[in-house]
Design a protein. Sequence first.
Length: 387
Amino acid sequence: MFKKILKMKKYCIQPFNNIRIDVTEGNIAQYKPCCHHTFDTNFSDVDSYLKSEELKNLQHHLLTQDELPVGCRICNNVELYGNKNSTRLLHTYTDPISETKIEKLEVNPGNICNLKCIMCNTQSSSALSSEYVKLGWAKKHVVTEQDNQVILALNQLDSLKCVSIIGGEFFLSKKNLEILDLLIEKKLEVELTTNATELTKTHLEKLKKIHKLGLTVSVDGIGSIYEFIRYPASWNTVSANIKTLKKILPQASLKINAVIQPLNIQFINELIQYANQNRIEIRLNLMSGPGWLGWKILTQDESLLIVDHLKRELSLSKMSRFQRESIEGFIRYLTQSKCDLNLRKEFIKKMSAILTLRKIPDEQIIKVFGILRELCNEIRNGIVNEF
């Protein structure tokens, strides 16, 4: 069977060795193989998910077909242009497997978060949920926490080796402390994602007890670019906290995860140089949603402007081969991208409303949009003095 798997052009190990638990708006746990692939069925627990026909059909497809299934379209779109940062390709394996053996658990215990990241959603941020109510985009403010299902899964999965804690914001959830206690007791590897805006002593003390620890800090730019995207965070605070994490948790493998989008792609080199100068690994992930903030908001001329800019950066900057290949993948993607005028209009309307509510200074808006001057002017024309 192994030889057959190795011949598969689009094999993915995630549905065989990984489970992700998200929490929906109604505080219902959602089980799936990765962050992107979602089944239509909501399973009641880990056991019902593992025995489901949906999972079996997905596994069978990956073992017998040379193309990714429909539910894997995000990875397929990323890889289409030669980008190696798809979720599928980032999860490498020593030996492929054809039987289910869950060794990694990704958990998203709730949406408690202090930031309103422009590309985020209410399922991942309680702060953004509150803002959406003010904007009239949501009827009610939603706060979700579902640590019980996470703890139940930890006790059910005997083959677990690693647990990844993702969102909302790790250091703001007191219930994560109970999860950490169990992970320490079971001596499991731990990976966690944080925005690093607040570091709490209680969480840090428990993290010191984790022998193998991976820390991912979400950073999409530096300075005013970062502050625009991850409002209302302070870049000075975050950059200082990154240094603190390196000092307090020397056993941790620290990396930066950046969501590359129309709002920061012009400044990708600045972020890469920051990471390289501080000797921090960086992952550059092409944003897959929401649609109104995506690549189709750009006209062909705007896409080509960015492509020319990126090519100049490549010729002048020092970076690793992997970083260079990632940018080359973004260039290929932008070259093929086509504008959707309806999405562009939606972007202008929503972005103008957000910036009006947040009272973002005009000079910061101009800085972020940079060479996209026409788009910038359309946004600024939509901003009103009073919300």
